[in-house]
Design a protein around this ligand. Structure first.
Ligand code: F6R
Length: 244
C-alpha cells in the first residue's frame, strides 16, 4: 500500500524496467501483459520517462494487451490500440511487430480462431513474464466479467452493464459503448509468472475489499487471484481503505 498513486506507479514501472534490463542482459525477450484504462497511465508515463531520460530500451520487449472492445476500429479514439499508442508505444523504441492487441475488426466467424492464435503466440514465447492488471467495479480483470470461469482462455465476452456505464464517458453515452469485447481469460492471466493488480482511489475500495478478503467466487472474478502465489496488489491508501 502506497501513500498515493504516483509513488505506486513509479514503483511498478521500476519493477518492469528491472525485468526488461534483466532479460536484456540474458539476451532474452521480456514478455509483458499490458492493461488499458486510467489505472496504468502513470506507470506508462514513467516508462516513457525512463526511456527518454535513463536510456531504457524496449527493443527486447514483446507485449500482449489484455483486451479490446468488439467491434472496434484500431484508429477509433476509444480503441485500446489508440490508447496504447498515445500512452506508451508512440514514445518508446518497441518494435511494432512485437505489439499484440486483440483485433476488434474481425468478422464474427473469425474471432474464435484469432483467440486460439493469441493463446498460441503467448505460449510459444514461454508465457507472460509479467501481467499488469487494473480492476473493474464488477470485479473484472481484463474483461472477465462475473460468471467467468477460472480456466477461461482468450474469447469474446459480453460486457457487464456497470462496465458499460463506467466507460460511457469515453464514448459519449452508455448506448455507444460496444456490448462486447475480446479478452484474455482468467486462465491466460493466471499463467503469467508474476501478476500485479493496481487500484487507486476510494471508488475502488469496496471491490478491492471483496477481491482480497471475499469468498472466492465467479461472481467476483478478481477473487480467483487469491489462489495464486504470484499475485501482488499495489494500492494507494484510498483503494486500501476498506481492508480489515
Ligand atoms: C483494461 C482492463 C480492465 C480495466 C478495469 C479498470 O485493459 O482490462 O479490466 O483494468 O476496467 O479500469 P480503470 O483503470 O479505467 O479504472
Amino acid at each position: 500500500v502506497y501513500s498515493d498513486q504516483t509513488t505506486a506507479s513509479v514503483a511498478v514501472a521500476g519493477r518492469i524496467a528491472t525485468l526488461i534490463r534483466k532479460k536484456q542482459a540474458a539476451q532474452q525477450p521480456a514478455v509483458l501483459g499490458l492493461a488499458t484504462g486510467v489505472t496504468p497511465i502513470r506507470v506508462y508515463a514513467e516508462l516513457v520517462r525512463l526511456h527518454r531520460e535513463e536510456g531504457l530500451s524496449f527493443s527486447n520487449v514483446i507485449t500482449f494487451n489484455l483486451d479490446e472492445y468488439y467491434p472496434m476500429k484500431p484508429d477509433a479514439a476509444q480503441s485500446y490500440v489508440t490508447f496504447m499508442n498515445e500512452n506508451l508505444f508512440d514514445h518508446i523504441d518497441i518494435d511494432r511487430k512485437n505489439i499484440h492487441i486483440p483485433n476488434g475488426t474481425l468478422a464474427a466467424d473469425d474471432v474464435a480462431a484469432f483467440c486460439l492464435e493469441y493463446e498460441r503466440q503467448i505460449e510459444e514465447l514461454g508465457g507472460l513474464d509479467l501481467q499488469i492488471l487494473g480492476i473493474g467495479r464488477t470485479g473484472h480483470i481484463g474483461f472477465n466479467e462475473p460468471g467467468s470461469a477460472p480456466n477461461s482462455g482468450t474469447r469474446l465476452v459480453t460486457l457487464d452493464d456497470l462496465t458499460r456505464s463506467d466507460a460511457s464517458r469515453d464514448f459519449g453515452g452508455k448506448e455507444k459503448v460496444p456490448a462486447k469485447a475480446i479478452t484474455m481469460g482468467i486462465g491466460t492471466i493466471f499463467k503469467a509468472r508474476e501478476i500485479i493488480l493496481m487500484a487507486w482511489s476510494a471508488k475502488k475500495a469496496p471491490i478491492i475489499r471483496k477481491a482480497v478478503e471475499g469468498e472466492i467466487s465467479s461472481e467476483v472474478p478478481a477473487t480467483y487471484l487469491q489462489l495464486s502465489d504470484n499475485v501482488e496488489f499495489v494500492l494507494d491508501f484510498n483503494a486500501a481503505s476498506e481492508l480489515t
